[in-house]
Design a protein around this ligand. Structure first.
Ligand SMILES: [Zn+2]
Length: 212
């Protein structure tokens, strides 16, 4: 088994609406926000953990390809599909897929980064009345974060195919598809209520501009 290539996708993540990526709620203060957004421990600036973007890409691709593990409520762990190949197997067992191909770096704040509080009512299902509104901290729209994804290629990927492409191109196309799906659905929590709408901009594949 030999590593035969490496590709990088870089760009910016532009927030078209406020985004909430949950932080640790042990920072909870009395009278403060219910749910704070995640911030870098040193700079105190919000950032997007690579695991959040990676997890969202994976779950969108799993939904699209209808590949799930467990009883449909766990990530895929089949060990054969392109999801397991690119994102790694859930609950790894013996397999010959090689290492996880995708590396998603944490996205650092580039511009903006102020936070706002958004109140959301929780509706009582029985009475239909609003009860205890909760306040969520969101990073404001217009903020931008760095995007950096690495794709490792191994010799066994020569026969990998996706959307009519093979080898390196198949892996790259699969990652691009994941980004397209995240752009369509959103990132972070509360996407069904308008949070987390993102657009990937200034995209480059190995330094060359491309469109999703
Ligand atoms: Zn699988």
């Amino acid at each position: 088994m030999k590593k035969t290539g490496y590709h990088s996708i870089t760009g910016t993540i532009h927030l078209l609406s406020g985004m909430r990526i949950g932080g640790s709620d042990d920072q909870l203060e009395i009278g403060g926000t219910d749910l704070t957004c995640i911030k870098h421990p040193v700079t105190k600036q919000p950032y997007i953990p690579g695991s959040s973007l990676k997890g969202k890409m994976r779950s969108e691709l799993e939904a699209k390809l209808e590949k799930f593990g467990g009883n449909g409520n766990e990530p895929c762990g089949c060990g054969n599909c392109i999801i397991c190949r690119v994102f790694g197997m859930h609950k790894p067992k013996a397999h010959n897929l090689g290492p996880t191909r995708i590396l998603v770096r944490d996205s650092a704040l580039l511009t903006g980064g102020e936070t706002e509080l958004k109140a959301e009512n929780v509706i009582d299902r029985k009475t239909g009345t609003a009860m205890h509104p909760r306040k969520f901290e969101r990073v404001v729209s217009g903020s931008e974060f760095s995007l950096k994804i690495g794709i490792q290629v191994w010799d066994m990927d020569g026969s990998c195919s996706h959307n009519g492409k093979i080898g390196d191109d198949a892996l790259i196309e699969f990652v691009k598809e994941g980004l397209r799906l995240v752009q369509r659905t959103g990132l972070g929590s509360g996407v069904s209520k308008g949070s987390g709408e993102v657009e990937f901009r200034d995209l480059k594949l190995d330094g060359q501009p491309f469109q999703l």
